[in-house]
Design a protein around this ligand. Structure first.
Ligand code: ZN
Ligand code: ZN
Length: 279
């Protein structure tokens, strides 16, 4: 059974509920370890990331809970770092003074909107279409390629252990309305990105939130997960929980999919670092 859930949000960012409620949900789901990973503070206005001023309270709260749950649940202090190359240095300066046990890296922004602000492609389908039109002139392939190029830069950056939702760019592509994952150029982008992950020693996340979303498929898609296994890229299953009840959502589906692909071990965080353990 899968017994870890390292990618979770809470009231410090855009998640619902207290951190302690996620811990209780983890125990109820039979988990042995949980990671707390709020969205890293951003250096421009937004309504979803943690505020830099809340970092000391966030870290102290996780530390307090880690102690009170000792022996029942392993609690790890982490963060989902939003990788935006032009802001990465000042954003890293904000979090660097704190002792995070692990960092998940994710790409949610590409290019800039008409007002000059970084453009997030995953808020709403309407905003996705607006950016596709205004930033990429309606060229889906250019948009998707820019996304994967940014993910490869994140892999090369080297400061995160886990790559979040590798094919997040398919968020609004549930019915294949923008591109086909079978097209050669798309496969080439994914292959180059997987090779960058392998080269960097990154753990790739099997993020079950895609099953909750409009694409109704995990991130990344099953064919990419099989390719990760071919390339011996370590995997970890996460729920990207934004509500306590998401803590192990679609874990049975993820486990069945991994077993079917011949995978029987995932990355687990221990005191000495990440290691592969059978599930
Ligand atoms: Zn994310
Ligand atoms: Zn997340």
């Amino acid at each position: 059974m899968l017994t870890t859930s390292y990618h979770t949000h809470n009231r410090y960012c855009d998640g619902e509920g207290e951190i302690a409620e996620y811990l209780e949900a983890a125990l109820d789901a039979g988990l042995e370890a949980i990671g707390i990973s709020s969205h890293s503070p951003l250096t421009f206005p937004n309504d979803f990331a943690m505020r830099a001023g809340d970092l000391p309270a966030y870290c102290a709260e996780v530390e307090r809970l880690r102690k009170s749950y000792a022996g029942r649940l392993r609690v790890h202090l982490g963060m989902e770092f939003d990788f935006i190359p032009e802001y990465a240095a000042p954003m890293w300066e904000i979090v660097a003074p704190f002792r995070f046990e692990f960092m998940i890296g994710g790409v949610h922004f590409i290019g800039h909107d008409a007002a000059g602000a970084p453009w997030a492609f995953d808020f709403t389908r309407q905003r996705f279409e607006q950016g596709l039109r205004e930033i990429f002139g309606g060229d889906t392939r250019a948009l998707v390629s820019a996304y994967y190029e940014r993910v490869r830069s994140l892999a090369e950056w080297g400061r995160v252990a886990i790559l979040a939702h590798l094919d997040h760019i398919k968020t609004w592509n549930g019915d294949g309305r923008y591109f086909s994952e079978d097209e050669g150029w798309y496969r080439d982008e994914v292959e180059a990105t997987l090779r960058a992950c392998a080269q960097a020693g990154l753990i790739v996340e099997v993020n079950t939130s895609g099953w909750r979303g409009s694409s109704a498929r995990p991130h990344p898609s099953p064919w990419i997960i099989r390719r990760c296994l071919d390339l011996e890229i370590p995997l970890v299953v996460t729920a990207d929980a934004h509500q306590p009840e998401h803590i192990a959502a679609f874990y049975a589906e993820a486990e069945a999919m991994l077993r079917e692909a011949g995978c029987s071990a995932t990355a687990v965080l221990r005191e000495e670092g990440w290691r592969m353990e059978r599930f």
